[in-house]
Each structure stands twice: as structure tokens, then as C-alpha cells.
Design a protein around this ligand. Sequence first.
Ligand code: ZN
Ligand code: ZN
Length: 369
Amino acid sequence: MAYEFYEILEVSRDVSAEELKRAYRKKAMEVHPDRHGGDKEKETLFKEVNEAYATLSDPQKRAHYDRFGTTDMGGGFGGGQGGFHTDMDFSDIFESFFGGGFQGGGARRRTSGVEGEDIEIRVKLDFSEALSGLKKTVSYSRKVVCTECSGTGAKKGTEPKECSQCRWAGQVRRRTQTIFGVMEQTGICDMCHGTGKIIADKCTKCHGERRETQKIEKEIDIPAGIDDGMTIKVRGEGNDGIGSKAGDLYITFNIPNSIDGLTREDTNLFYTTEIDPVEAVLGIKKTLKLPVLGERVLEIKSGTQHGEVLKFKGDGMKHISKDQKGDLFITVNIKIPTHPSKKEREFYHEIAREKKIEVADDGFLNKIF
Ligand SMILES: [Zn+2]
Ligand SMILES: [Zn+2]
């Protein structure tokens, strides 16, 4: 099921969060079962659309899905969160049906609080950091409750006053004509923008925003085996909410997949080295210095062929969540001397005589059958 979610929503793989939301609304409207008299096929489509959006709208789930083409998280990766849970907010859809931020069914949304948003950051790691895992300090900015006004948004010593239109409620009831007939709906008060109060004198520090931006340095435990594009979720380290929990921090890693010829594929490592024909024919134990990994002893057996692969079991990258390691594969290529010395040529002539191979004047060999 490679990347079906993108096809279901008819979006490209690099779709932005905003575009995704628009595409989702459009699709959900199109296939909503209520608009098709409970049509079963449309109901299935509707479920698929919701599942696709639930995954792609969550940065961590999306990163995982992009990588593995599935929503199955496997082990304990992702800050201890086992598997996915769906916490879709269907108010998105209903807003599109009823328009302009109105919702059917009354005061579902607390309007005086501020929801703590998630924050997404990207962090670069180098190859060896991914190999060993590390504690790393990441810097980013997050919104915290304003220390001057404690989140009221009002100037020190003053209090927010009651909104004269909604009287602290933040919402007003209105009757509206919709495609389903006349409906009484609760909408956000436009006078106080849903806060339920009016601030006469704004806080001098946050200018009424209620939160201020703070630079954060946070030490993150990065497990060995982390791979390019993987995301770690740090719960509660997103923006502070007011009367609501803080958002989460999502850290996505950029990691090169090779260093000086040592290449990584998932947990396996690959390297290529060259040996002399003599070494291939006679066999040899030789010490090879690999980037990052250090020295390994190659056991070249007598009669080794060009392109043979030596496997070092369990010498690869650690698996991100399982107690398991990949393997190291070293490909051995035979390097023919491009400019053999005079002495070397003499030895090769001897071999040629032994094999009854006649050397032509122009330097080419003719085998006598
Ligand atoms: Zn109001
Ligand atoms: Zn303030």
C-alpha cells in the first residue's frame, strides 16, 4: 500500500499542511455519507479519507508513513507511544459545511483558552552520531505563558472586562440558513474574538498576546540507529497552552547516509575495498581501516573472485527500537595493476609459460589451446 494516502486525498507527497487540510475538506465534503443518503461505498471512502488525513496531518505519523508506507509503528519508538491513536477533530469538517467558524450543536469548543500548538524542528546529525546515539542539546523557540500578566493579556494591575456582546461566554447563538435547512448555531463572538472579555490596557510585555516567545535549549536523548527523516516526539515541549495543555515538540533528523565510502541502508552497512590479484590468488589476512568503524581484519581466502562480499554479522547499525543490529558487508574488488613493474611482468611471464600462454609482440596474450 505504498503511499495510497496521498492518492486518496489527491495530493503530492510534498504537500504542505495547509494544502493538505484544504484537500481533506474538499474530499470529505465530496464523499460525506450524509450527502449521499447513507451510500455504503461513499461511507467506506469517507472512512479512508479520514484515515489518510489522520495520518498525514500528524507530522510524526506522516514521517513514519513516508518512510515505511504503513501506519504500523512496531516497537516503542516515538517517545513511548505504542502505536497510533486517532484523535481527529471532526469540527474541521463541520466548519466547512456550515461555514465561517460555526458549529452545529452548541458550545463544544472552549474559547477563552489557547491551545498549545505543536512545534516541528529539524536537526542535523552526522553519520557517527547516528551510529552511536547521543545526548544532544537542541535550540528552538517556544511560546510560554507571559510572566508579566500570567496569561491574562492585561496590563499589570488591571483586569480584563466582560465582553458586552457575549458576557464572558465568547460565543453567540445565531440562526443561519444552511444546506440542511435553518439551524441554530453557536458561533464565536466577533467582538471579543471568542475570549469572552475585553482588555482595555494591554500587557506591556506580551502586548495582549498572553504568551511570549522564549529561546529554549533542551537536551534530547537520541537513540543509536536513528535514520534520516525519522521524527522523535517530545511530549509537552511545544507551545504552552492557556487553560489547555502544551503542544508537543517534533524533531525530525537530517542524517547523511554515507561517509567516506561507508554507506548505510537501514541497519546494514556497506563498504568496498580493493585487493591485488596476488592477494586474491594466494589468500591473505589483512587489516582494513574503515571510516567511523575503525579497523576490521579481512580474511581473503585463496581463490577469492572479483566482487565477492564478506559479511560481518551484527557489525552494522543498531536497530532504533529493537535489541538488534544490522550487518557490515565488505565487497572485495580485484585491482589489476595498470602499470606493472618490470619485475612483476617477469613473474607474470613465468605464469604465462607455466600455463602455455604465448605472449604476442604487441603485449597481448594468445592462449595456445
Ligand atoms: Zn464577546
Ligand atoms: Zn503579558
